[in-house]
Each structure stands twice: as structure tokens, then as C-alpha cells.
Design a protein around this ligand. Sequence first.
Ligand code: GLU
Ligand code: MG
Length: 427
Amino acid sequence: MRAMSDMPPSPEPLAFIGTSDLAGLLRGKSIPLAELAARMGRGVGITHSNIMMSAFGPILDTPFGTAGDLMLVPDASARAAIPAPGAPDIALLLGDFLTLDGSPWACCPRGFLRRGLDGLGAAGFGLLATFEQEMVYTGVEERPGAPYSLDALRRQGAFGGLLLAAMRGARIAPDSFLAEYGPRQYEVTAGPALGVRAADEAVIVRELARAVAAGLGHRAVLAPMVEPRGVGNGTHIHWSLVDGAGEPATHDPAGMHGLSAAAGHFVAGLLHHLPAIVAVTAPSPVSYYRLRPGRWAPTSVDLGVQDRGSAVRICPIYGTAAETAARQFNVEFRVADATASPYLALGALVHAGLDGLRARRRLSDLAPAALPGSLADALDLFADSAATRDWFGAEFHALYLRFKRAELKALGGTDEAAICARYAAIY
Ligand code: GLU
Ligand code: MG
């Protein structure tokens, strides 16, 4: 008989402190869970160039070199248990990049969103949002006739139910899980959450989808297109404004398309700046293969009332009771995908909408425009936009451009199938 001391030790639980970075990937550092309480205030040490790790892995270009230290400080409110095969769950904590004196680092993705929300708060509003996330689950056989079918839902087995259970474990209320239109495509949505929490939940749900799929021996692929002629995976952001008391402030039955005056200005700002922020919300070369005709994905800078082909869609109200109507009423932003950090995508949406509010932009002043057709074009529009430079700050704006242009350069080639396969392996 083996003595107790000969037994292999059971794995020690780990905590991972991270953020969804410029590549839209969750990266950070891990420590023993037992050390977490002592580390809450200072987090983990990390260097500036960590934010420049490309989608492909290596740092392709960085202004920081090997110099500098930052702290990635966990937020106790952004915590979730991530299943890990054969090991205790990993305690994931999302965090903020702070400088060594404890002030926010100018190039922190979560800080960018927070600055936008603070500005919105100063204008008298909060933002409720949720992310509808589409993905291809590889653990199911592809069959004809499967879109939205019970057959496709049944054959994915335990994936959807385990994902919803893991979301509840992270105190994220599931709204829906369904078989989508594309081959092996599924969609998960959480209920709306306030402010930064909405983006935290989007980051966590993505990781839970990947972790639950991995636990079943498969993958949840969130890349915008898994093959060039396929069906896209969008990340649609539903949002609504609330007033200082937390009451709905987006709907006015007498307003244009049912929008309140404030929401009208917000949408006008979002559309006005859309060509310049697409580089942030749809930030990979593959993103632009999705934004093509015939995909139920947007191709123009447009507002649609209950139209799923538009960039910004006014969602329907089911039923008529005034109080319920105001709570239900929300607007959907469809020009985003999972290669974008939820912090940057939601942050860009908030900064653009806030500019619309401040400048009292009007929907009737908007000129028709096409969305940029490639990441290169989108980055040029972002580079030329004084507004985005202002919201990001000059340092972060230049850094983001440098990061994305290095990714494009490293990609080389134009074979769309090969490029889709490359991004599908990552996202
Ligand atoms: N898959 C579509 C997209 O790429 C969206 C389909 C839908 O309306 O849910 O955005
Ligand atoms: Mg969908």
C-alpha cells in the first residue's frame, strides 16, 4: 500500500489576472489562488510591451522595447470560475493597467471604456448593454437543413447547457442560447448589464464558451468568418441609455423612430463617427469579409428600424404597455465581432455616442456612406479622425494604429481562405 506521503499532490488552484487586449485576446498573468487576497491592491507586474502582443502571438512592433513596468490590478467585481480540464477551476479576475504610482495607464483598454462612461455619466446618463455572441462549435456534425433547428440544438449536446451553467456561476444571467443560421453556428446572449460590467461579461462569456468547448474536446470558434464564403460570426452590441436614477431614457414614442432626444443625438454621433471607429469594432482583416452583401451583416453607415441588414438597428418592442416598452426599447450595433476587445468596441461606441450628445448631432444631418471595405482603409479613416485621437489620447491612438498596421503587414498575402483559417485557429 502507498503511504499518504507518496500520493501525487492534487493541483493547487490558480488565479489569472488579465484583460482583453488590443488583439481582443484575454491575456495576463497567473498566481496561486492562495496569494490573491494579498495581491488585490497591486495585482501582478507587467511590462508596457505586453499590450503589443499580436493576434499571432509575437510582439511585431513596439515603441516600448523591453523597458518599463506596470501593474495589472484585478477588479474583485469582475471574477469568474473558468473550467480547466483535470484541474480546479481557474479564478479569472479582469483588471486595469495602472502605472507604478497607481494612476490609470493611458493605453489601458478597460480604462478607455471607463473614460467614455465617466463622460456619459457627467452628461447625466448611464449605459446598459449586452453582447450577442455568435460562434461555430466544432463538436457537432454539419448537416443540411439545420439552421435554427431543434436537431442542431439537440446534437450540440451538453455544450450550451454547460455554458449557461458556467455563466450563472459567474453571476451572469443568460438570456438565450440558440442554434444559428450557419453550419455548426450557435449564439449566446446575456441579460443587459450596466457600464463596464457589460464588457466584463462579454469577455467572460467568450472565455467560458472556449473553456466549456475545450472541456468537451472541441472548440468554440468566434472568428468573424471561418471560411470566405461562409456565414459570419457577429458580436452584436445591444445598448440603451438610463438616466441618473437608472430609469430608461432611450425611448420616446413621439420621437423619430421612437428614440428619445438624447438617444437620437447618441445614435447620430455613433453613425457620424462609424467610419472612423470600425477599425476598433471590426479590427481584423477577416472582419471585412463578414461586412459584405448577403450576410445579414452591415455594409453601410445606416440606421435601420427593425432591419438586421443595418449597421445600427432599432429593435422592436413586443407588446404595448408604456412602462414595459421603455424598458424593452434598445438599439443594436451590428458592426462588431470577436476580434475586438469588448472594452475597445463598447468604449468606441460610448465615446462616439457621447460626442453626438454633446454636439447635439441630428439623424437628419447624416449623409449616406459605405463602410470601409478593408482593415487598411478603416485604419486610414481612424488615423485621420481627430475625434478618435481625442478620445484615445494621442499616445494610445498612435499605439493602436502601430499595433494593427503591424498585424496587417505580418499577414502578407491575399488568399482569403488561408487568412480565415489563420484567424479561426486563434479566435
Ligand atoms: N451572422 C450575422 C452576422 O454576422 C447575424 C445574423 C443575425 O441577425 O443574428 O452579423
Ligand atoms: Mg445572431
